[in-house]
Design a protein around this ligand. Sequence first.
Ligand SMILES: NC(=O)c1ccc[n+]([C@@H]2O[C@H](COP(=O)([O-])OP(=O)(O)OC[C@H]3O[C@@H](n4cnc5c(N)ncnc54)[C@H](OP(=O)(O)O)[C@@H]3O)[C@@H](O)[C@H]2O)c1
Length: 385
Amino acid sequence: MKPTVLVTGATDGLGKALAAELAGMGARVLLHGRDQERGEQTLAELRAQTGSETLGWYRADLSSLAEVHGLAGQVAAEHERLDVLVNNAGIGTTLPGDGRRMESADGHELRFAVNYLAPFLLTRLLMPLLVGSAPARVVNVSSAGQAPIDFDDVMLERRYSGVQAYCQSKLALVMLTFDLAEELGENGVTANCLHPGTYMPTKMVFAAGVTPHDSLETGVRATARLVAAPELAEVSGRYFDRLAEARAHPQAYDLEARRRLRELSERLTGVAAPLSTRLPVEGNGGWGAASRASSPRGARWARLVARVVAGMCRAGAADLSVRLSEHERIVRPGSLRQRRGHASRGGRRRGSSSATGRGGSGTRTSVRRALLLCAGTPRAAAASV
Ligand SMILES: NC(=O)c1ccc[n+]([C@@H]2O[C@H](COP(=O)([O-])OP(=O)(O)OC[C@H]3O[C@@H](n4cnc5c(N)ncnc54)[C@H](OP(=O)(O)O)[C@@H]3O)[C@@H](O)[C@H]2O)c1
């Protein structure tokens, strides 16, 4: 079966060239862009260039969180699987705004919104589909241009520069990648990020008045490798500078900074991490640790349930983010009960049986909740626990 790959920002530059490369390799490529006309034009061009008949097109302006929701919902509704999500779309240091601070439709600093918050939300919303398609990959196109986030002025209201805005957004994307790798651990989804090339000849580089250095082919090769290379199938949580593994900015390895960014992002998008590493789970250091510690049977069960949730997403019955938080509870069985103090006597928690692959009452309850949500009855689902 052809792998399905969603490439954001595929109407120009690296994204367009990457989409052509992947389609040529036989993938079903879902092109994303913000402009309908450019999208249709790109679709026609790539069809002629690659002979692919399985290209798809999706329009969404990533400077609007509502449009990110729409994009995720449409992809989940139309595809049974998503093997790779490439978060490539981005805006550079000068275009748009020419050095002037701008805001997104939701009132967030524009580069932070498009380059970071949109991929944060899109990835979270598509996670059930990715987990249900495992083994799957998330590839985040970051940059070597990274600057630490000042948590007292994330939106750069006090002192703005396009370079700072771009570089902090790209470091935030690296931090997201490292979190995703931990969270998705045993669920069969890897997350890696890269600096695709230095000053490749694209719109954002020309707009900044910089003389190109690397070829577009350099970026395509490095990104396509993270998408498809068999030797990277189990590699996760890494940052690459083109083809070589590299160290990101030190803040990316600062767990406290990552926690602050994650919490801020959840607040700004209204979507909680479905596989959060924050909440403790029976016998483990945290949700991420629970994932790593669960048995292969448990992981297989979690994937099965995730497929159910992905199917629900496609059914389009209830709000995707609500269902995503259901997914959180399902793939971390027992968590809901634990948070409500339902631990059974003798130290075992009733909802935890599926973590060992037995799919007991806690899991059945979760699935029931999921199915009720599928039917669009979140209240009844909540009451069922
Ligand atoms: N070029 C480099 O040397 C370089 C170096 C390091 C990292 N990168 C990263 O590589 C990625 C691709 O950049 P590129 O150089 O190929 O730039 P590009 O040619 O300007 O392409 C950027 C893509 O993102 C899309 N996009 C921008 N804003 C959007 C929005 N609000 N909603 C939806 N889509 C939007 C653009 O759509 P339109 O076609 O409508 O404009 C375009 O398809 C970026 O993440 C960039 O930061 C590039």
